[in-house]
Design a protein around this ligand. Structure first.
Ligand code: GRF
Length: 202
């Protein structure tokens, strides 16, 4: 468990990924700024071929692959992740395109606002998958992304930061996803900065 009073100048992040890791990269780039109040202590991926693992290695960040298929059940998989995180004095866990639904076993280990997620919609709209296509199908005028605290109900925790983009004529799920992703890369470092400053000020 991390210190209650954080006698340090930066908080330690764990970033959990399953894929390309462009949000991880946005956090790596933010953390490279000297005044940014966080550093990435470790990256976990549940996919061995996730490009985000390469991004971590290039940045000199320890990266662990924990393949959920190697474990008998979700509790065993989550326990393996918790065991690794226990070695890194983690203050805040950031889910960044991590495509496994976490159980209370994992979530409850990070009580006190220490587990956050990025979701590519304007929550509470479009929880779950295929957010961009669903927004287009509904004729929405705008879309966006949300950083939120993680609670056992999927995509439902308190909102920390939200960014909006317009939906424009002839948008496809792909063009809209790209426009939203650009905002994700701004939103995640902003949210982490805000939470880190609050933790360090405690
Ligand atoms: C992002 O759109 C994120 O919101 C969603 O999955 C995507 C991950 O992208 N949950 P990346 O791996 O960070 O590039």
């Amino acid at each position: 468990m991390a210190d209650q009073s954080l006698n340090k100048s930066k908080i330690n992040l764990a970033v959990l990924i399953s894929g390309g890791g462009s949000n991880l990269q946005a956090l790596i780039d933010a953390c490279a700024q000297p005044d940014y109040p966080a550093r990435i202590a470790v990256v976990l991926s549940n996919k061995a071929d996730a490009y985000g693992v390469e991004r971590a290695k290039i940045a000199g960040i320890p990266a662990h692959v924990i393949t959920h298929k190697d474990y008998a059940d979700k509790t065993a998989f989550e326990s393996a992740m918790l065991d690794i995180l226990a070695g890194y004095d983690i203050d805040l866990v950031c889910l960044a395109g991590f495509m496994r639904i976490l159980s209370p076993h994992f979530i409850n280990a990070w009580q006190g606002g220490r587990l956050i997620n990025i979701h590519p919609s304007l929550l509470p709209l479009y929880k779950g998958l295929h957010t961009h296509q669903r927004a287009l199908d509904d004729g929405q005028k705008e879309a966006g992304c949300t950083i939120h605290y993680v609670v056992p109900e999927v995509d439902s925790g308190e909102i920390i930061v939200q960014k909006r983009v317009p939906i424009i004529k002839d948008d496809t799920a792909e063009t809209l996803a790209q426009r939203v992703l650009e905002q994700e890369h701004i939103a995640y470092p902003q949210a982490v900065e805000r939470l880190a400053k609050a933790m360090l000020a405690q």
